[in-house]
Design a protein around this ligand. Structure first.
Ligand code: NDP
Ligand code: OXD
Length: 314
């Protein structure tokens, strides 16, 4: 019997188009790669990708479900023609969560331990010792967003004795992590963040949240790390807050325009570390298992997990 077809379009995990059809078949579906394979739009029941071109999904009249190959679904929700009656499932994967945590832990520890100072000293063949600026027990790290990824990052930072907190819409009860909830508690949360790490979904409520107004509420000398979406950051405000000396530095993995244009002042800013949206890339093995599981659930009438609430935007 023919297997259900899943049509793929948009940014796909590296090597996805080269995967042998037998490997997809082992996960219970046939892969159709748009722009490569011929297909009848009416015969497609499942669609998957990351940031598909707006208007594309409406060309598929018989969709039963859409599977996002990324944890963030803003690339689907920006489409004014998104078929809203079709469930949109987001990718929730432990490998991705751990990679995000590795990235943030690495960046925080590099800053906290002054690694760049020692790199420079080594380049000068100089034996330069330096104390930590502050012990971890006196350093507060706050996660803007305490969902799947934010809570994994916080849990990964726990053994290092930092003061940990998170801000979310709903109150959380996680051992060792102070919870701040809702708009009213945002100022209190920010006032105690030596490191402010953004892991929010990009929604109408969170777009542009990393702005002059927010930076002014952080303590003098705070660091900002954005691993969520470029749309959260008002880049000109960040540069102003760094240049004024209010913020000590920033680590950015995501940008308003991606790829970051060569003329962007971010590239050469001395207080910014920039990486090309690689904090976590979707793992092929995990993505195959995810889609296989979603297709099997749909075909057997089981409930889908991690369906996006379109009104909430995540
Ligand atoms: P989740 O949906 O699991 O968590 C989202 C968190 O944000 C929740 O704690 C939620 O609160 C909180 N939140 C949402 N809106 C608001 C608001 N208005 N006010 C306060 N809190 C809010 O998402 P994930 O943790 O899986 O992913 C987060 C984001 O990380 C993704 O959307 C994506 O943009 C980004 N990402 C980036 C990657 C990279 O490589 N750079 C890779 C993967 C993801 P509550 O719990 O109360 O609902
Ligand atoms: C994601 C991403 O959302 O890679 O998964 O940004």
């Amino acid at each position: 019997m023919a297997q259900p077809k899943v049509l793929f379009k948009g940014m796909l995990p590296p090597g996805w188009a080269a995967i042998d059809q037998a490997r997809f078949a082992a996960h219970g579906f046939e892969a159709v790669i748009a722009d490569r394979d011929e297909y009848q739009p009416e015969a497609i029941h499942y669609f998957s990708g990351f940031r598909p071109a707006p208007g594309f999904m409406k060309t598929l009249p018989n969709l039963k479900a859409i599977f996002s190959l990324g944890a963030g679904v803003d690339g689907f929700l920006r489409d004014p023609d998104l078929p809203r009656q079709v469930p949109l499932v987001r990718f929730v994967d432990p490998t991705l969560m751990h990679e995000m945590a590795q990235y943030v832990v690495m960046q925080v520890l590099m800053i906290h331990r002054g690694q760049r100072f020692f790199d420079a000293a080594q380049r000068d063949s100089a034996w330069r010792q330096r104390m930590l600026l502050r012990a971890s027990r006196d350093t507060s790290i706050g996660m803007l967003g305490l969902g799947d990824i934010g809570s994994t990052i916080a849990a990964s930072l726990l053994p290092f004795d930092f003061q940990l907190s998170g801000w979310s819409r709903s109150r959380k009860h996680i051992a060792g992590i102070k919870s701040f909830a809702g708009e009213e508690e945002l100022p209190q949360f920010l006032a105690q963040c030596d490191y402010c790490i953004c892991v929010l979904p990009l929604t109408d409520d969170t777009r542009g949240i990393l702005s002059a107004k927010l930076f002014a509420q952080l303590p003098e000398g705070a660091w900002v790390i954005n691993v969520a979406r470029g749309g959260h950051m008002v880049e000109a405000d960040l540069i102003a807050a760094l240049d004024s000396g209010h913020l000590a530095g920033a680590v950015l993995d995501v940008f308003q325009a991606e790829p970051l244009p060569p003329e962007s002042p971010i590239w050469l800013h001395p207080k910014i570390t920039a990486t090309p949206h690689i904090a976590a890339l979707t793992d092929v093995k995990a993505a195959l298992a995810f889609i296989g599981d979603c297709v099997a659930r749909c075909e057997s009438g089981k409930k889908l997990e991690n369906v996006v609430d379109l009104n909430r935007g995540y």
